[in-house]
Design a protein around this ligand. Sequence first.
Ligand SMILES: Nc1ncnc2c1ncn2[C@@H]1O[C@H](COP(=O)(O)OP(=O)(O)O)[C@@H](O)[C@H]1O
Ligand SMILES: [Mg+2]
Length: 404
Amino acid sequence: MSTAITFEDVSKTFEVQGRAFEALRNVDLTVERGEIFGIVGYSGAGKSTLLRTVNALERPTTGRVVVEGLEISALTGSALYTARQRIGMIFQQFNLLESRTVYKNIAYPLKLAKVPEAEILDRVEELLAFVGLSDKALAYPSQLSGGQKQRVGIARALATRPEILISDEATSALDPQTTGEVLELLRRVNAEYGVTILLVTHEIDVIRELADRVAVMEDGQVVEQGSVYEVFSAPRTATARRFVSSVLHHIPSEEVLTKIRAVHHGRLVQLHVEDRDTNHPFLSRVARDNDIDFNVVFGGVDELQGRLFGSLTVELLGPDDRVDAAIDGLRATATVTAIDPGPTPHSSVPAARTPVPDARPSVPDAHTPVPDAHTPVPDAQSPVPEPVEGHAEHPTILKEHTHA
Ligand SMILES: Nc1ncnc2c1ncn2[C@@H]1O[C@H](COP(=O)(O)OP(=O)(O)O)[C@@H](O)[C@H]1O
Ligand SMILES: [Mg+2]
């Protein structure tokens, strides 16, 4: 595959009331031609800002954005206009022209491009059929449901036959049933028209349903990326784990971990196994070889992209050195993630591990489950957060990976 979009060390600083605010920090990402790439993150992570650099609605302060071989971040005027025709965009709020019919909404970008009227007619009819709205050509947006409006949005975005479609929370205002239908339509846009899709969302389910690869953003940075299978089966960062545990229930949430810790005082590890790993009883063998006991305290098996994977949270019981040796033994088969024993109540955390707050507004609450579209975003006017005492921002899982 060749490359559709490359973000090269992209940073974006906004000036807010005389202070610099970094919305994007050194983002490096590559989206391959023909794939569906999802970016997930909580409100304020910088997803929309990053997406808007793809069609130069936003320009990086430093770094480059290259789209289909063109450095879009450096284009202006008619060169930018031409480049933008190769990039369709859809939005959470649809952004339709309320005073124009469905037909005229879809025709609008073609009119701007001075396409002849007869050709516009053919193209719009084809698009209406593709999105299943042939009978709504003369309706006005106010007469449509949310799902129908987004279908019009998709048809309009495809009007100029773009190679790339970018989507900013396109299903976040829709109910689950309608979301499913719109995701199915996006899948067809990718499969039938070969359009590369880059989508951003705070809904991890959308990523799970639609994307081939995923990046997780937090505080303007990409903190994790990989295939959807990789990230869902073995999330490495606390943020990715929070998202994944909200939809795949074999990975304990922070709340569940607290309960597990209260009962199980041995060494806790999480074992991520893939379909090919599980054809032998590795856990009991490793325990026997190292003369330790184990307890499976949480876990399950799931399916994604046609492949099985599982996660077990296991308590290992025995002297430290033998538990260490057993963990090494487990790594031969599973990805082993050590689980932090958890915060000690009433003790302050060593300064070196306390994140130093800077001028950035913080993401709502590190322990909030997936926020919905109505979670207030801390805006740039939010007061600077106080220094964080304690454990609130500490990842529970220490990164400790095998399968290097
Ligand atoms: N034009 C702007 N001026 C100042 N701050 C902005 C601007 N656009 C976005 N931001 C800030 O940048 C951060 C990231 O915003 P955004 O990219 O919209 O995040 P997300 O889409 O992940 O919710 C937020 O804190 C937001 O307030
Ligand atoms: Mg956004």
